[in-house]
Design a protein around this ligand. Sequence first.
Ligand code: SAM
Ligand code: SF4
Length: 365
Amino acid sequence: MLDLSADKTAAPQPESSAETRMWGPRDDAPPQTRPAPLVDPFQRAITYLRLSVTDRCDFRCAYCMAEDMQFLPKRDLLTLEELDRLCAVFVARGVRKLRITGGEPLVRRDILQLFRRLSRHLTSGALDELTLTTNGSQLARFAPELADLGVRRINVSLDTLDPEKFRAITRRGDLATVLGGIEAAQAAGIRVKLNAVALKGVNEDEIAPMLVWAHERGMDLTLIEVMPLGEIEGDRTDQFLPLSVARARLQERFTLTPLPDRTGGPARYVRVEETGGRLGFITPLTHNFCESCNRVRLTCTGKLYMCLGQEDAADLRAALRASPDDALVTQAVIDAIARKPKGHDFVIERARPAAVPRHMSVTGG
Ligand code: SAM
Ligand code: SF4
């Protein structure tokens, strides 16, 4: 239905063009005419939107999904045009950073259509960054065009450099394909940051070698603690490796100098003096980042979660579909931000169901 090649090469279209009719009016208003930004009850400005474009994935990482994961019926998903419209509402209200995630974002059909549309906010200066989090399986195919569209940095999830272990953790992934994707991204000029979930008894012995490997190739590495999100077959307390333990072990071998870098999220960074690279620690079970939280998460069905660790969500799909005008959906966003909670409720405790019933692949990591 949509002509992919035309969108890629076309000069700016007049408002009445076929593309504009398909995707709705453009939102290229200069920043000075923009309406009031989104500020929550705790005076936190919401400048960062993470958008999950699909709950589906070509992997089944053991800590993330059940082997026989039930995915949403495709009819429940917002169209790419609707996702674009929602993003424009957020950008008009002061969101400066947009991360596309999932599930695996690059398995969503025609996903580059969405990136092509969203890149106009980079061109207009309304958006500082358009980025994505990916498992890397499709990167070799998409990296050059993503770079052309203004994607400068991406996060690639990689928990091990051992092909067997990689297969076991992801249940179906191929390490060589992912490494090829990382190389393709770097060759296209995209900076890659690696994310590794620290898993007790699985990859804890690999953290130091992965750190050296990543830094040698110009990539930062961020370690993530397992979060109790969604039911999986096993017990996450078996997998939980506190990053305080991982950090203490690294300090026996490396000099870690804390850096002031803050993202408004749960990551804290150090410089590894021996390698010159950056190492991040994401410890979402602590509360030490909630006071500076600048982000909200939107699912592929149009649910807006104001906090990764809370159940409260606003249904933007109904407001979006109720009117072609953006007034209703904008009001729904403003009302939702007014409910953003002060902090989250994560607890990892044995013999308890997952603290938050929805999987990370639904809300978007
Ligand atoms: N499929 C993409 C990927 O793997 O990068 C994007 C979505 S994935 C849900 C985003 C991140 O969430 C990944 O780095 C993954 O390792 C992490 N993740 C998934 N489930 C998690 C959990 N229960 N606890 C901590 N991190 C999790
Ligand atoms: Fe897929 Fe990412 Fe979840 Fe792994 S972590 S199953 S790659 S969504």
